[in-house]
Design a protein around this ligand. Structure first.
Ligand code: FE2
Length: 312
């Protein structure tokens, strides 16, 4: 299938470019003036203090079309994506089983069937993505647990990590025995992620997983000695995003915008260029849906850098 091949190639390229998805967090603050965090901080994914909790059901079905929640499921749509990588964040891990379950928007688990329960795999380059609804809260004793998603993450041939993901700004985090832990084995700090609301009414978040496993594609194989995207701002953006980038050798330079399906939706540069710093602006049309895109910089057909951008 051509599409699959092109997506695979794209994801391979992005993995080779190796920019930590941590950059997305920078973007989510809509502050392009923060320093570029190439490779970002590497934080091994921690266990959750509450472990799997009482509502796990084994043998959940595979997630189809990345949809954990059917389109009729009540609630605010939520897209979570990221990369599975080795503990030292030097390589991605493919084929990791990501077993996901969470409460519905009303705070209730399906304990008889498999609604809002499913498994997906990290792809050949370690990426995963799924769409669901924002979990509702439920009482745990006298207080509500913060909104959370449960995960069992199993890299091929390695132990399963059981943990939970929380969302920045949730007022029930400080009072939660698990989500409020900020040190040690159950430190939840890096499992509380920001969510961006896009114009289509979906929340989007990025969560990179660092876990014990065999790495395949080297993240450390950066080519930022050849070129670099300095900034893309504002990010998130609505109609226009300004891109500053540098080219460090005479080369054929391509600056493209690629959607999550791996299709090129805009070409911002495609020319032989001398070394220097450049700026361009992408003005979107109505045909460009809101959501996540990758801005990719290619030097002589080698993808040297990418940045995730969000149209809202
Ligand atoms: Fe739970």
């Amino acid at each position: 299938m051509k599409e699959n091949n092109s997506r695979r190639q794209f994801l391979r390229n992005t993995a080779l470019a190796g920019l930590s998805l941590g950059l997305i967090n920078t973007g989510s603050k809509a502050n392009s003036r923060q320093p570029l965090t190439v490779l970002g901080a590497c934080n091994p994914t921690t266990l959750d203090y509450y472990g799997q909790g009482p509502f796990y059901t084994a043998d959940a079905p595979d997630i189809i079309d990345n949809l954990l929640a059917g389109l009729a499921e009540p609630g605010t749509r939520l897209v979570i994506s990221g990369r599975v990588q080795t503990l030292d964040c030097t390589a991605t891990i493919a084929n990791t089983i990501i077993d996901i379950w969470h409460a519905n928007a009303a705070g209730a688990y399906d304990n008889t069937g498999f609604n809002l329960r499913g498994k997906t795999l990290s792809n050949a380059e370690g990426f995963y993505i799924f769409e669901t609804v924002l979990p509702g809260k439920y009482l745990n004793g006298a207080s509500y647990r913060p909104s959370h998603i449960h995960f069992k993450i199993t890299p091929p041939g390695f132990a399963t990590l059981t943990t939970q993901l929380y969302f920045e700004g949730d007022t029930d985090i400080p009072g939660d025995a698990a989500a409020s832990i900020t040190t040690g084995t159950f430190d939840a700090t890096n499992r509380i992620i920001p969510l961006i609301e896009n114009g289509a009414g979906k929340l989007e978040g990025t969560w990179d997983i660092a876990i014990n496993g065999d790495g395949e594609v080297g993240i450390a194989d950066l080519h930022t000695d050849k070129g670099l995207i300095y900034s893309a701002s504002p990010n998130p953006f609505t109609n226009q995003i300004a891109v500053h980038y540098g080219v460090f050798q005479s080369a054929h330079v391509k600056l493209k915008v690629i959607n999550l399906q791996g299709n090129v939706v805009a070409t911002l540069a495609d020319a032989k260029m001398a070394p220097g710093k450049f700026q361009t602006t992408w003005t979107t049309t109505n045909e460009i849906p809101n959501g996540h895109y990758f801005l990719t910089l290619q030097i002589n057909d080698l993808q040297v850098h990418y940045v995730k951008i969000v149209k809202v």
